[in-house]
Design a protein around this ligand. Structure first.
Ligand code: ZN
Length: 268
């Protein structure tokens, strides 16, 4: 008897390890919006390796999405309601404008006929924006990371794989910036990106995912039609939350199993 109970416990533990604690999957009619930053190898001892998804992992993730019937969409397409008539929509989004988005991520997207949205900071070179969030984040790690040149951005837009989105001119912190300055940053960056890259810019991502109560209206007034947060999991009301759309954070530390769970349930 004791032996049988012991066996049952072992079997239960093995099942939990194999399938995880089953957080139920969120209905697949809701789009999954994934947040990435860099697609590159980790750096030894670096603070921001969670923002670095290795090219191998990124390739595995995109392949898995293709094999499992996901349709790649841009944020502009989500805002226009494409997900209402199509199950399993996934938006790949990249924040800031790191050079590896061009050298490492774009070839993988192209290979799988996938697409995504790039939220580009206008003044992205030699800009240590980490300190805008926390003063002690002054190691310059993200500042030293190579950023996309305008030519690379142009090529990405031309490839048809990438929608360009706004992320302010200087990657400002909305919680510590005046309303006037915020308006200027979101309006001017939109105009700049549209004229420099000859494309429409209607999607926006809050820098650091930080926003205050007045900001969704401010983004709408600047002419954008959707805006994403930096976390929150699966967005089930992209229409009502048009200027506060939640994203699933993909970490450089995620295994494929964790990735799959995040796609299903929005969290680990
Ligand atoms: Zn950012």
């Amino acid at each position: 008897m004791i032996y049988l109970i012991f066996l049952s416990i072992v079997a239960a533990i093995m099942l939990i390890f194999k399938f995880g604690f089953s957080t139920p999957a969120v209905d697949y009619r809701y789009p999954r919006i994934l947040m990435y930053h860099m697609v590159c190898e980790h750096k030894q001892g670096a603070k921001f390796n969670k923002l670095r998804v290795t090219p191998k992992h990124f390739e595995e993730q995109i392949s898995w999405l293709v094999e499992n019937g996901w349709t790649f969409v841009t944020m502009a397409e989500i805002a226009s309601g494409v997900w209402l008539s199509q199950e399993k929509c996934v938006a790949i989004t990249f924040d800031d404008g790191y050079e590896d988005n061009y050298t490492n991520a774009l070839p993988i997207l192209k290979q799988h006929q996938a697409k995504g949205t790039l939220y580009l900071v206008v003044n992205r070179h030699d800009n240590d924006w980490s300190v805008q969030k926390k003063a002690h984040h002054d190691s310059g790690e993200l500042m030293r990371e190579a950023k996309l040149s305008d030519q690379q951005v142009q090529d990405m837009v031309k490839s048809g794989c990438i929608e360009l989105g706004g992320h302010t001119t200087n990657h400002i912190n909305f919680a510590t910036t005046s309303k006037e300055q915020k308006s200027k940053e979101v309006t001017e960056s939109k105009q700049f990106l549209e004229s420099r890259f000859a494309t429409k810019v209607t999607s926006f991502a809050y820098p650091f995912g930080i926003l205050t109560e007045e900001d969704p209206a401010l983004i709408e007034q600047a002419g954008y039609d959707n805006a994403v947060l930096a976390e929150g999991g699966i967005e089930t009301s992209p229409e009502t939350n048009r200027f506060k759309i939640r994203r699933i954070k993909i970490s450089g530390k995620d295994s494929l199993r964790t990735f799959k769970r995040k796609i299903a349930a929005g969290k680990k």
